[in-house]
Design a protein around this ligand. Structure first.
Ligand SMILES: NC(=O)c1ccc[n+]([C@@H]2O[C@H](COP(=O)([O-])OP(=O)(O)OC[C@H]3O[C@@H](n4cnc5c(N)ncnc54)[C@H](OP(=O)(O)O)[C@@H]3O)[C@@H](O)[C@H]2O)c1
Ligand SMILES: *[C@@H]1O[C@H](CO)[C@@H](O)[C@H](O)[C@H]1NC(C)=O
Ligand SMILES: *[C@@H]1O[C@H](CO)[C@@H](O)[C@H](O)[C@H]1NC(C)=O
Length: 273
């Protein structure tokens, strides 16, 4: 047999290494009750991780937890409102009490509230959006960081292409929160690099989740979005989840402070409103 054929003998081993790549890793996913976070929680569970699911909606959390348990070990479910400081402390406390460590933090929970400059409600929209999309991320990251330093773990922040372009003027606070998130990712990456902790971001374009329903953007549908984007499609949550897993894995050991766009070509051209 030619020497190059021996690589096929290694294949089963390579596959098992991939499957076990998150064995016994403790992974916190915020916004795990739906969409991208739910897909990520399920994928991490099937790869052997001890998953900590964070969200508010109990029935949605329970459904996703059952899916996780079917593919791997049952997750720890923490019902928490990320706009509440005490809830954020509880996420870290309960995780460390149960598992003793944190390997990966996925800051995924996010929302958008209508609020334009002339709308009269921009401050309220700004405060509420920033509380969840930015302040909670900063707070949770700060509380988790000492544990991530111990495990040489890493962080993945879910941003949006709205941080690079203003998708809809009336959702300005959302775009502002995501632009700020991108820069926090870079700053935290620089600070934590000397501790061996990596920090990366992902900026999706349209992804078929409950996001439109949850933000009450009644004028938009996934079909309209699909037509407006160059690849004429929206992403499935699993596509973003795969990218999260890659960045959280050792395969990405050289990647930090990066921001991965997965937007069906949206940033390439002007998209009519
Ligand atoms: N879908 C898209 O087109 C798209 C595009 C670009 C970026 N993103 C980003 O992707 C991330 C995930 O969104 P998604 O599309 O998967 O939307 P989604 O289906 O609406 O999910 C949002 C998640 O965030 C959680 N969440 C929101 N506010 C929370 C709070 N105060 N406390 C705790 N959890 C909270 C929700 O949990 P509960 O409902 O249980 O509270 C839910 O699990 C967000 O950061 C979003 O900005 C989405
Ligand atoms: C939780 O989600 C379910 C299913 O989408 C929905 O019917 C219910 O109203 C939500 N509960 C709360 C408290 O928002
Ligand atoms: C993203 O990751 C970094 C790293 O921990 C964190 O400090 C930052 O606040 C996070 N979120 C945002 C908002 O970038």
């Amino acid at each position: 047999m030619h020497i190059s054929n021996y690589r096929y003998l290694l294949l089963p081993l390579e596959i098992s290494r991939r499957i076990m790549s998150f064995a016994n890793k403790v992974v916190i996913v915020t916004g795990a009750s739906s969409g991208i976070g739910a897909a990520a929680a399920v994928l991490f569970a099937t790869e052997g991780a001890r998953v900590v699911m964070v969200g508010r909606n109990q029935s949605k959390l329970t459904k996703v937890a059952e899916q996780c348990a079917r593919g791997g070990q049952a997750p720890l479910v923490i019902r928490a409102d990320l706009a509440n400081d005490d809830d954020i402390k509880r996420i870290v406390d309960e995780t460390v009490n149960k598992f003793g460590k944190i390997d990966v933090l996925v800051n995924n929970a996010g929302m958008a509230i209508y609020g334009g400059v002339l709308s009269g409600n921009i401050l309220k929209a700004y405060d509420e959006t920033m509380a969840v999309n930015l302040r909670a991320v900063v707070h949770l990251t700060a509380l988790a960081a000492p544990y991530l330093v111990k495990t040489k773990g890493n962080i993945v922040n879910i941003s949006s292409i709205a941080g690079k372009m203003v998708l809809k003027a009336e959702y300005l606070p959302y775009s502002v929160s995501k632009a700020a998130l991108d820069h926090f990712t870079r700053g935290a990456a620089l600070e934590l690099a000397s501790s061996g902790v990596r920090v990366n971001g992902i900026s999706p374009g349209p992804v078929k989740t409950d996001f439109i329903e949850n933000t009450g953007m009644s004028e938009v549908t996934w079909d309209i979005m699909s037509n407006a984007f160059p690849l004429k499609r929206c992403s499935e949550p699993e596509e973003i989840a795969e990218l999260i897993l890659y960045l959280a894995s050792d395969k990405a050991k050289g990647i930090t402070g990066s921001d991965f766009v997965s937007d069906n070509g949206g940033l390439l051209q002007y998209i009519p409103a």
